[in-house]
Structures are given as C-alpha cells and as structure tokens.
Design a protein around this ligand. Structure first.
Ligand code: HEM
Length: 412
C-alpha cells in the first residue's frame, strides 16, 4: 500500500501529540517549568513552547506510516547504500520517505563553512581528549540520564550494546572528519538516519510493556530529551576541557559549537531550542541536564555492560577496574556511586594524581623529565587506554556501519 491509511495518519499526526498532551497536567511535570528563552537560540525567536511536549512530527508520522505499511526492512536495506552526503538516494525508496530525506538532508541557511573548517582543525588537534570525553564523560553520563537509559535499555539496540556503541561512535567520528558536512562527508547521512531511528523508537517504545511500566513519559525522545543528550556531548566536553586546563582558542571553541549546532539541526532539533553561544548552552544545560541526572536500574545495568565491554582485551582483569576509575575521575563520585561503580583503591588515585600532569605534558606545559616519577611509569597506560578504546569501538563494528530504523523493542 503506497498511501498511508487513515489509521496510520491518525496514529502518527494526532495520537503522538495527544498522548503527550494527556500527561501535561500530571503533577510530576508541573515542577519544572521551561523558562529558557528562544532569544538565546540560533533562531533568535520562537514560540517558547516547553520542549518536553514537542517531538519530531514530520519524521514520527512518516515512520509510523512506514512501520504500518511494513516498508521499514526494505527502506533499511536500500539506505545501507546511501553513505555520502552528496550521494543521490537509491532508487526504489517509497516516495514519502524520499521527499522527507531530500528535505532533511539540506543544511540550514545559517551554516558557516569557515567555522566548519576551523572545527575540523580543533577536532584534529584535540582528537585524543575528545575520544576520552565522548566515551567517559558523555557515553557513561548517558546511563545516568533516566529517559535515555530506559529508552536505550528497552529499545532494540539495548540487546546488543557493542553494536550500539559502534553506531553511536560513528556519529562522534563523522562530526570530526574534514568533510563532515560537505558532499564527500557522511555526517548529514548519519544525522538523517539517526533522526529516522529516533522516530522509530518514538513509535515503538510506547508499545513496550517493559518501558511503559517504568517510564514517566508517554512518548520517548522529546525535544527536551534531545537537548539533554546534546548537552551531555559538546557542553560536557567543553566543561571537561576547562577542568583539565586545556586551552581552547575562542575561534576553535565557537567552531566546535557550530558543528554541534548543525548536528542538532540535522537530528531534527528545532532551531529555537539550539543555544546560540556557550553562555546560552551552559545556562540551558543547568536547566535541563544537571537537575535530571539520576540513577535508574536500567542505567546501572547499562553502565555495568559498558564497563565489561572491554573485557575481551584482558578477560576483565584490569580493564574493568581502569575504566571504572576513569569514569569516576571524569564524572565524579556522585555519578559513579549512583552507577554502582566500585571504588578502585589502586586506580582512583592514579587518575586523580597523574591525569593532570599527563595532560600538562601532552599540552607542552610540563616537561616529561620534570613530571612526577610515577607519571613516567604510567604514561604508557594512559596512552594505551586511548589506543585500546579505539580498538574496542572498531572491534564491535559490522562494516559498513549502517544506522537502521528499528522494527521491534527489546525484548521483542
Ligand atoms: C539511536 C545519537 C538523543 C535514544 C541513536 C543512534 C545515534 C544516536 C547515532 C543510532 C545508533 C543505533 O542505531 O544504535 C543520538 C544523539 C542524540 C540522541 C547525537 C542527541 C543529540 C537520544 C535521546 C534518546 C535516544 C534523547 C532517548 C531519550 C536512542 C535510542 C536509539 C537511538 C533508543 C535506537 C537504538 C535502537 O536501534 O534500538 N541515537 N541520540 N537518543 N537513540 Fe539516540
């Protein structure tokens, strides 16, 4: 069937919104009013609607219809061959999906190619720290974001975390490449496919008996949720850089922000919610991210799975302890304790005492011969963690990595 049926249109266009609206009045929601002004956004204006009640209507209704028509497996298969931003879409795609992707792949008018070129310089120079912070600040933090932890745990991807990590890491990799948003790059494709995957999750998770039992929302991945996760990425990374006294010139910092603003737009976040500056980003993060961080049984299990993923390297003898200590060091005691990450009497002090001089040596601020003796012994450990981290991510990949629209939940 090519035309969406009345039922599917109703389900998509109306029901998703209506379900959300039904919960507007619940008291649990009443206590966190949305006060962040759209004047601080890249759009500079907007309705100011609370993003908890805004999803991605266009993508959500399209995917509702694809799911109902049974078109998703065919679409996933066809889209595997669509990898480059400038590449034409494969033939055989349903017309409504093709129209959507053609619109969704267009960069917004505020795209600044000079800033994107500068962002690449920054990514190149800081790839090492970006890897560690994306993995241990952003990645592990996601398990302490209740909505995200539950959505990930009960969605299809929750059944195979290594596969999920490689797919998510692809986005972190793509955004750092030279041509990220250019025709030869892949970031636009990755964002549009992720937008579709998220729309799949919005349609499917409300049908999961497991998710509905624990969730405090009727539809997952609202625009507010999207911004929370967004802040766990660039905003958190920049905070870590500042903590580690890594000097970032103003133009590089603005460029890095720009690349993530663009990513947000391409992921379907409305411009009126995307902060226009780091000051605005920090203000918004204080409102949406900091207060919601909390443990959940799902997040605790996910954190444990993530820390065990590297066990194949050494049977878990060292890796789990080192990664646990690195997580505690990066995210702090509170979050580590929530996630039930054990204290590491050997490794916690190693990071606490030796990571700052390690960074200082790498930054050329400290001469290695003048660094503490222990650092000279542990220097290779830090470097090794970074190398093994890359290996871990690559080892989980089924090439080519292809982000897909899910058709089921976990467990099905
Ligand atoms: C899928 C990135 C926000 C939950 C994905 C994928 C990427 C991604 C790259 C594809 C990986 C895969 O298929 O496994 C992002 C980024 C976000 C964001 C960059 C914000 C800036 C969120 C939020 C939630 C969420 C807020 C939940 C509250 C999920 C789930 C999947 C997914 C459940 C699908 C896994 C499956 O296939 O079952 N996301 N995400 N994401 N994301 Fe997100």
């Amino acid at each position: 069937m090519d035309e969406p049926s009345r039922r599917s249109v109703l389900m998509a266009g109306g029901t998703l919104g209506a379900l959300g609206a039904l919960t507007v009045a619940t008291p649990a929601r009443a206590n966190s009013l949305w006060t962040w002004s759209p004047e601080g956004s890249v759009a500079g204006r907007g309705e100011g609607a609370d993003p908890k009640w805004v999803w991605d209507e266009e993508a959500d209704s399209l995917v509702a219809s694809l799911l109902e028509r049974g078109d998703v497996p065919k679409v996933n298969e066809l889209l595997k061959t669509w990898t480059k931003n400038g590449q034409a879409l494969p033939s055989g795609l349903p017309a409504d999906l093709r129209d959507f992707v053609e619109r969704a792949r267009r960069l917004p008018s505020w795209t600044d190619q000079d800033k994107l070129a500068k962002a690449f310089e920054f990514n190149q120079k800081r790839g090492l720290y970006l890897g560690v912070t994306y993995g241990f600040a952003s990645g592990m933090m996601s398990t302490a974001i209740p909505h995200e932890a539950r959505a990930v745990y009960y969605s299809k991807g929750g059944a195979d975390m290594r596969d999920r990590i490689t797919k998510t890491a692809k986005l972190g990799y793509d955004i750092g490449t030279e041509q990220a948003f250019q025709p030869a790059g892949e970031m636009i494709v990755t964002c549009v496919k992720t937008r579709l995957a998220h729309a799949g999750v919005r349609n499917l998770l409300p049908r999961s008996a497991y998710w509905t039992k624990v969730a405090d929302e009727k539809i997952p991945i609202s625009q507010a949720d999207m911004m929370v996760t967004w802040h766990s990425l660039p905003t958190t990374v920049m905070k870590q850089f500042a903590k580690w006294k890594i000097a970032v010139p103003a133009d590089e910092s603005a460029a890095f922000l720009h690349s993530w603003q663009l990513a947000a737009h391409m992921l379907g976040i409305r411009d009126e919610y995307i902060p226009k500056s780091w000051d605005e980003a920090n203000a918004q993060a204080a409102q949406v991210l900091d207060p919601i961080l909390a443990p959940t049984p799902e997040g605790i299990k996910l954190a444990d799975i993530l820390l065990n993923l590297a066990a194949f390297i050494d049977g878990g003898i060292l890796t789990k302890h080192i990664l646990g200590a690195l997580t505690r060091y990066v995210l702090g005691d509170q979050i580590a304790t929530w996630l039930k990450i054990p204290e590491e009497p050997v490794w916690d002090p190693v990071f606490e005492n030796l990571w700052p001089p390690f960074v200082a040596v790498r930054e050329g601020v400290l001469d290695i011969t003048k660094a503490p003796k222990e650092l000279r012994e542990f220097y290779w450990v830090f470097d090794e963690i970074i190398r093994q981290g890359v290996l871990l991510v690559l080892s989980g990949a089924n090439y080519p990595i292809s982000i897909q629209i899910p058709t089921t939940n976990n467990p099905d």
